[in-house]
Design a protein around this ligand. Structure first.
Ligand SMILES: CC(=O)[C@@H](O)[C@H](O)COP(=O)(O)O
Ligand SMILES: NCC(=O)COP(=O)(O)O
Length: 240
């Protein structure tokens, strides 16, 4: 079964909108695991618009599944993850002002930078993943960074899915096969949802984990968090 890591950024967005502690982000991290998620993902951005650095330390203490921290490897971010030591760090090339993640790494022009960062993280026993587009050249070069995994940036799939699912999925199938052939494992995420997830999971070979937040938390507003997580997990069972 492909693992589901629930990104709880948007729980923090709602909390921060009133300045108190409702909804309780720590409780949400505990509950998503109780409700069956295989992991918790957070993306502490430099402006702390949702997940705050102090959330990351608190969440680490209650993790019973896997903790995945996403972000741009700034000195402050690297200090955080080396202190927290999550199971996985997903490196994302977002500038501080990005409204959300909108592209993966250029693993050709950032090769030595990524090699250094990934080497540092591995010294702390942290599994690494790098956020990446389906560009075959970037995928091939990802292996040279020594990353354990890549996370396929799935917004292009999500935006093309409704019109032509087969056309939307094709570059991702190619990218997954290239990554696997290069010895790199495969995660995926961004804009995956109840409508597009089943097809993605069925078509993408070697898929280990998806991290899903925005759509899942939005669905939970109507369906409840426990039922929503169960619904997403059902879509991740491979039909043998
Ligand atoms: C890397 C990725 O796709 C997610 O971390 C996404 O960027 C969520 O970030 P926001 O919740 O800030 O949109
Ligand atoms: N890495 C993707 C992620 O953590 C969540 O992305 P989204 O589901 O909020 O678009």
């Amino acid at each position: 079964m492909t693992k589901l890591s629930v990104n709880i950024n948007k729980i923090a967005t709602i909390r921060n909108s009133r300045g108190g502690n409702t909804p309780d982000v720590l409780k949400a991290a505990i509950d998503v695991q109780e409700f069956g998620a295989h992991g918790v993902t957070v993306h502490p951005r430099p402006d702390e618009r949702h997940i705050k650095y102090k959330d990351v330390y608190e969440i680490r203490r209650i993790i019973k599944t896997e903790f995945n921290i996403e972000g741009y490897p700034s000195p402050k971010f690297m200090e955080l993850v080396k202190s927290v030591r999550p199971h996985q760090v997903t490196l994302v090339p977002d500038p501080p002002e990005a409204i959300t993640s909108s592209s993966g790494w250029d693993t050709i022009n950032n090769l030595s930078f990524l090699q250094d960062i990934i080497g540092e993280l591995k010294e702390y026993g942290i599994r690494t993943s790098i956020f990446i587009d389906t560009n075959p050249d970037f995928i091939v070069n990802a292996a040279k960074t020594n990353t354990d995994r890549v996370e396929l940036y799935t917004e292009p799939y999500a935006s093309g899915f409704e019109k032509d699912p087969e056309k939307a999925i094709a570059p991702f199938v190619e990218a997954a096969n290239i990554a696997n052939k290069s010895g790199v494992s495969i995660n995926a995420g961004h804009d995956l949802n109840l409508q597009n997830l089943k097809f993605f999971n069925e078509k993408i070979p070697f898929l280990k984990e998806v991290s899903i937040g925005h759509a899942l938390i939005s669905d939970a507003l109507y369906l409840g968090l426990e039922r929503t997580i169960s619904m997403y997990k059902e879509l991740l069972v491979k039909n043998k």
